[in-house]
Ligand binder design. Structure first.
Ligand code: AMP
Length: 236
């Protein structure tokens, strides 16, 4: 299995580690906030979408299997995702702390994660839900451009690169993801409402759900997330 994009090292290695999942519809800013949170708390950023895209790029069996679902904005089957996440959690950097971005996406995935974490005696710290109005999501996603080399995300309107089409960090080429086309985005939102929204109840029932208002600037959203996470970080 190919592991995905940049693995970041944290700036706050001391102290207990947090185990986070990010919930919220496509376009809520999960990727942007995930990068900031994992930098600040020194935990690995595990994006199932990034791992799948890396496998597609490398032409692995997993990538070949996943591509047709991804191109249509459909979910990759649970058993594929759960196996992939189990392997990733066995890597040394993910033993005590992590942030999942884009996982779990279904109740069976959430059940499987819960079991994996019980087995490791490392329960989830918090499920952060990024809340954003649906109308804003389509504009955010269709303007999104991703660096093909390092995975950094830009937006043509809100966060444009200094040089058209090139990444500010590594000069890699910026591309629109196939699944950020408008027709696919609308399908992804329907899939989210049908399959992933029930997870909000799943984590609420367990007392783990916390809301982050996600309509402000990336800095404002991060400040809200940090307010919540620092409470757990201190008390963990
Ligand atoms: P993302 O980058 O998280 O928006 O994921 C892009 C695409 O990868 C999704 O539209 C799905 O096709 C697939 N994918 C990513 N994560 C999952 C998951 N946890 N379960 C099923 N499919 C996923």
């Amino acid at each position: 299995m190919v592991r995905g994009t940049c693995s970041r090292t944290g700036t706050r290695e001391e102290g207990p580690q947090v185990r986070i999942i990010l919930l919220g519809p496509p376009g809520a800013g999960k990727g942007t906030q995930a990068a900031r949170i994992t930098d600040a708390y020194g935990i690995p950023h595990i994006s199932t979408g990034d791992i799948l895209r890396a496998n597609v790029r490398e032409g692995t069996d997993l990538g070949t299997q996943a591509k047709r679902y991804m191109d249509a904005g459909e979910l990759v089957p649970d058993e594929v995702i759960i196996g992939m996440v189990g392997d990733r959690l066995n890597e040394p950097d993910a033993r005590t702390g992590f942030l999942f971005d884009g996982f779990p996406r279904t109740v069976p995935q959430a059940d499987a994660l819960e079991q994996l974490l019980v087995d490791r005696e490392t329960p989830l710290t918090v499920a952060l839900r990024l809340a954003v109005a649906k109308a804003e999501v389509v504009e955010r996603l269709t303007g999104r451009r991703t660096c093909e080399q390092c995975g950094r995300i830009f937006h043509l309107t809100y966060d444009p690169p200094s040089v058209d089409g090139r990444c500010d960090d590594c000069d890699g080429e910026l591309a629109q993801r196939d699944d950020d086309r408008e027709d696919v985005v609308l399908n992804r939102l329907e899939v989210y409402a049908a399959q992933t929204e029930p997870l909000e109840h799943f984590y609420w029932e367990r007392g783990l759900l916390r809301d982050v208002e996600a309509t402000g600037s990336p800095d404002e959203v991060f400040a809200s997330a940090q307010g919540i996470l620092d409470g757990f970080h201190r008390s963990a």
